[in-house]
Design a protein around this ligand. Structure first.
Ligand code: HEM
Length: 498
């Protein structure tokens, strides 16, 4: 009897919860029931019969739109690849386009109050503090040393051990590499993911799962489903809760230990630097976890895209080698270039930027309009609706990059052999305006160091590049099925000694 009453009560509670969530969601969504071609194709996934990836379909629609802007009504989403609009959203009317509550809810469990998930005063405080730290010479050289150490002692030995051993998933290798690097940089802790025996730490696994499941929340047309699952603690939401718990527990453990040792004043990792200013350990944890998310998958994704393109364009590889040999004194030097030498490699710098034009790690990024607005191309944006700028589509727009926009051509970034930056609103790969990426320089140096070390030491060839790239859904672009490559020793005569 007692159990029957309990069961009825529980069922009633679930129905009530689902009902109130549905009402809340319907009110907050106000999603028009739209039957236009774009919405019908989106809802029925009809687009997938013609395109490998959602981002390719959006690119096609944006290329065909006279303004470079489209609406997906059922998502209440205005998507733009128009540089004038991008500047308006990211700079001119920055105040009207915060991350907004829906985004805060999606990433809130993993990121808490961290910079990626903050607006207003809390964001400004973290931004000022982070800019100060990331701009300091000691933190930058600490980051550079971490990357060099990881390349020299782990990445190159690992790939050497895999030479002529069949295909290696380079995307997985880069993910391990960037996780080790960003954990050392942010926490001063080495998870050891890239060791020869290839262990994978529980922290890395939990972090991966938490970011993937958080991203999946964003793919739902309505918030009702994931919010109901979270309320009931079932399915993917239960797994997300467990993963976040583990990530938080490990981060808190590191913070406690650092406080106990009192060694933070002499260390250069971000956690130690922030410990001097922030007393609240939960806030500190949130701040540092945002950095893990910022610096991990983005760099791995950028490197994956770079090697995919390089494998299809051996001439670019040849020119990178040629330049490095010139700058590094006739190829007899180390595989690793100094910071100063890399500054002189304009072709390499151009190749790295060019690869992210075609394969931006953050393919699109959304804001939520606070109030009604009109974009420079005349598009009307309703208050409370989503506005997305789309770096992936922008990199493939003929009207932005010319008729050869689909070609991997580092030369487009060079004038008389010197790197010439493009407008950030034409190339918002690192976002732009007051909220632009704070790790851009660090990321580019990391990419160049890895690219150079591998190109100078190995011949890396992707297996089966005949097809276009296919991506898995997520916060950052990830290639479906990884990036299988064959690694061979570069011709002994042209290879620099280790
Ligand atoms: C190729 C690598 C990278 C790319 C393409 C990239 C791209 C971006 C983008 C698009 C944003 C804006 C995200 C948003 O507001 O929704 C962003 C923000 C940010 N990035 Fe990066 N990022 C990269 C690497 C890094 C690294 C290595 C770090 C730090 C160690 C970093 C730190 C940050 C931070 C702190 C923000 C937040 C800025 C703010 O909200 O004020 N990023 N990045």
């Amino acid at each position: 009897m007692h159990s029957t009453v309990c069961f009825c009560f529980f069922t009633f509670a679930i129905i009530l919860a689902l009902l109130s969530l549905s009402l809340y969601s319907l009110r907050s969504l106000q999603a028009p029931l739209c039957n236009c071609d774009v919405c019908a194709s989106y809802l029925s996934s009809r687009w997938s019969s013609q395109f490998d990836n959602l981002c390719d379909w959006y690119t096609h629609l944006l290329q065909n739109s006279p303004t470079g802007t489209i609406h997906v009504h059922v998502l209440r989403n205005t998507i733009t690849a128009n540089p004038g609009n991008v500047e308006h959203i990211l700079r001119a009317r920055f105040d009207n386009y915060p991350k907004g509550k829906p985004f805060n809810a999606i990433l809130g469990d993993l990121l808490g109050r961290g910079i990626f998930n903050a607006d207003g005063e809390s964001w400004l405080f973290q931004r000022k503090m982070a800019r100060l730290e990331l701009g300091s010479v000691s933190v930058r050289s600490y980051a550079f040393d971490i990357v060099r150490g990881e390349i020299e002692t782990r990445l190159v030995p690992l790939l050497t051990s895999r030479m002529d051993c069949g295909a290696v998933d380079l995307q997985d290798v880069f993910r391990r590499f960037s996780f080790d690097s960003i954990c050392k940089f942010s926490f001063g802790v080495d998870p050891g993911c890239l060791q020869l025996s290839l262990p994978i730490s529980s922290f890395a696994l939990a972090f991966d799962l938490a970011s993937r499941l958080s991203a999946e929340r964003a793919a739902h047309v309505s918030h009702v489903v994931w919010k109901a699952k979270r309320l009931l603690n079932v399915g993917s939401e239960r797994r997300l809760r467990d993963a976040v718990k583990l990530v938080n527990a490990l981060a808190e453990e590191v913070i406690r230990e650092r406080r106990r040792l009192g060694s933070f004043a002499t260390r250069n990792d971000l956690l130690s630097r922030f410990m001097g200013t922030v007393d609240d350990d939960v806030y500190l944890r949130d701040i540092v976890i945002s950095f893990l998310l910022a610096g991990r998958d983005t760099v791995a994704s950028a490197l994956t895209g770079f090697f995919w393109l390089l494998s299809r364009n051996p001439e670019v590889e040849r020119l990178i080698r040629e330049e490095s040999e010139l700058v590094m004194d006739g190829s007899t030097g180390d595989v690793l270039a100094s910071y100063e030498q890399m500054q002189r490699m304009h072709y390499l710098h151009a190749a790295v930027h060019e690869s992210m034009r075609l394969f931006p790690p953050v393919q699109f990024d959304s804001k939520f309009a606070s109030a009604d607005d009109v974009l420079p191309d005349g598009t009307v944006v309703g208050g409370g609706t989503r506005v997305t700028y789309h770096p992936y589509a922008m990199g493939r727009m003929e009207r932005i990059w010319g008729p050869d926009c689909l070609k991997f051509q580092p030369e487009r970034w060079l004038q008389d052999g010197v790197f010439r930056p493009e407008s950030l609103y034409k190339y918002p790969v690192f976002q732009a305006g007051p909220r632009a990426c704070l790790g851009k320089e660090m990321a580019v140096v990391e990419m160049k160091s890895v690219a150079l070390a591998l190109v100078r030491r190995f011949d890396v060839r992707v297996v089966g590049t005949a097809q276009g790239a296919r991506f898995s859904p997520g916060l950052t672009a990830t290639m479906n099925g990884g990036l299988p490559v064959i690694v061979r020793e570069r011709g002994a005569s042209s290879r620099p000694p280790l």
